[in-house]
Design a protein around this ligand. Structure first.
Ligand code: URP
Ligand code: ZN
Length: 457
């Protein structure tokens, strides 16, 4: 089956050109001026952008947390991703202490198997570092996982100490894989949480005030230092604070291989949202927390200038009923926000607002994450031989984000009522049309597990 996506403006991280895209089976066969007679079907893309399918490198489908299980599973979450123009997610698999990393991987693959609508890869969240875990990291590479995540936050749940970080970085450098870090100073945050609770400060805003940006900046600097000592590259996950961005920028100026992602919530929302009373504030609880509004301009500048490489969502939705568990005690509010469906459009809004170029948009939502996580050029760009994952995006559409209109399995939107430019009109993965003109055509199980290669840094 040959499909011609005709007459669109093809946007990649490097180019903006008027061109047709010929899809043959699962792959892109040609890009250029292509006669219509070579195709079995034509999809008109005139007045539209044709961009690579989005790559969201940070999701948590069905994550089990102390506050409950994230409300999107691999079926609902990847369907929502497809609606939003994302055709690849890299989800975070987890293991338990004392368990092999491979057992955790098996459990995660069982969750995803037969359910996903789009292709998916996995990272591994590593809860402890010992000889067995280090040996397992090599086995993960053979299984197609070329990145792991370590936490400097959540003592007693995920946190590892600095010695463990140093060992993991050194081993990752030998294996040629990428370590992602949740950089917040967990022990100091514990002290601040206890102080807030003791003073009767139990509202959602106190979640943020217990996790100040300085403690993200400090942890980011410490992680970068440990990575430098090991000769390992490092990826800072969900960077939210100007202090952390400054640590990234300084290290990059010194030539260190430091990479970082931010998330739409840190670009659009702020600490002010956590000051809403009761459940309304709880909707916005995530870690790192939303910051005072001035940080957002710094993050946009970082994205534009290249010190932030990617925008991922950290999609980890909880329903209002789940969020309500934290009424009267912010520590009981499950941490995480929905967002996998809105990412491509929210970052495009940065283009509409004059903050980012079209090329930079495509880079941060697709190309850079594909390169960093070993999927490029199969994913993350439009090129002959690559997977035919593409989005026909209507830049002139105007719409309003609402929970009533989204497909994520969660009963609120962080962006309720926000007017946005643009809509992913047609979403295609490996030649299959998943979404076209408001209709969903996919069935669970159409997505494949992605065996990822070495990071391209
Ligand atoms: O609040 C968040 N981000 N929840 C998801 C787990 C994590 O820390 O990434
Ligand atoms: Zn996360």
């Amino acid at each position: 089956m040959r499909t011609l996506v005709a007459g669109g403006t093809v946007v990649t991280a490097a180019d903006v050109v008027r061109a047709d895209v010929l899809v043959d089976g699962e792959q892109i066969a040609a890009i250029g001026a292509i006669p219509q007679k070579v195709a079995d079907q034509i999809i008109d893309a005139s007045q539209r952008y044709v961009i690579p399918g989005g790559v969201d490198a940070h999701t948590h489908m069905e994550l089990v947390t102390p506050g409950g299980v994230a409300s999107d599973d691999f079926a609902t979450g990847t369907a929502a991703a497809a609606w939003g123009g994302t055709t690849t997610v890299i989800d975070y698999a987890g293991h338990e202490r004392g368990e092999s990393l491979l057992a955790g991987l098996e459990r995660w693959q069982a969750k995803a198997d037969g359910k996903t609508h789009i292709d998916y890869g996995l990272h591994m969240m590593v809860k402890e570092v010992n000889d067995r875990v280090l040996a397992d990291m090599g086995r993960l590479v053979s299984a197609g996982l070329t990145s792991v995540k370590l936490f400097m936050a959540y003592p007693g749940v995920y946190m590892v100490d600095d010695g463990a970080l140093l060992r993991a970085f050194s081993h990752a450098a030998d294996l040629g894989i990428l370590v992602a870090v949740h950089a917040e100073n967990g022990p100091a945050i514990e002290v601040l949480i206890a102080r807030h609770l003791a003073a009767g400060k139990t509202e959602p805003i106190h979640h943020a005030l217990s996790r100040p940006p300085e403690l993200e900046g400090e942890a980011t600097h410490r992680a970068i230092t440990l990575a430098a000592l090991s000769g390992a590259p490092i990826y800072i996950a969900h960077l939210s604070a100007a202090q952390a961005l400054s640590a990234v920028r300084t290290a990059r100026e010194l030539g260190q291989r430091v990479f970082a992602e931010t998330c739409p919530q840190y670009l659009y929302l702020s600490e002010g949202d956590l000051r809403r009373s009761g459940i309304d504030g709880a909707k916005y609880v995530c870690s790192p927390p939303l910051r005072p509004a001035w940080h957002r301009d710094e993050l946009w500048r970082g994205l534009r200038g290249g010190d932030l490489d990617a925008v991922a969502t950290d999609h980890c939705p909880f329903t209002l009923a789940q969020k309500k568990q934290g009424t009267g005690d912010f520590t009981k509010i499950p941490n995480g926000l929905p967002g996998v469906e809105d990412r491509m459009t929210l970052v495009y809004q940065g283009v509409a607002d004059g903050r980012l170029s079209l090329n930079r948009w495509v880079d941060v939502v697709a190309t850079a994450p594909a390169k960093l996580f070993g999927l490029y050029p199969r994913k993350g760009t439009l090129a002959p031989g690559g997977d035919a994952d593409l989005v026909i995006f209507d830049p002139d559409a105007r719409r309003t984000i609402t929970a009533a209109g989204h497909h994520m399995n969660v009963d609120y939107s962080c962006y309720e009522g926000m007017p946005v430019h643009g809509r992913p009109e047609v979403v295609m993965q490996r030649g299959r049309v998943l979404v076209r003109d408001g209709t969903f055509h996919s069935k669970p199980g159409g997505g494949r597990f992605l065996h990822r290669g070495a990071p391209q840094l």
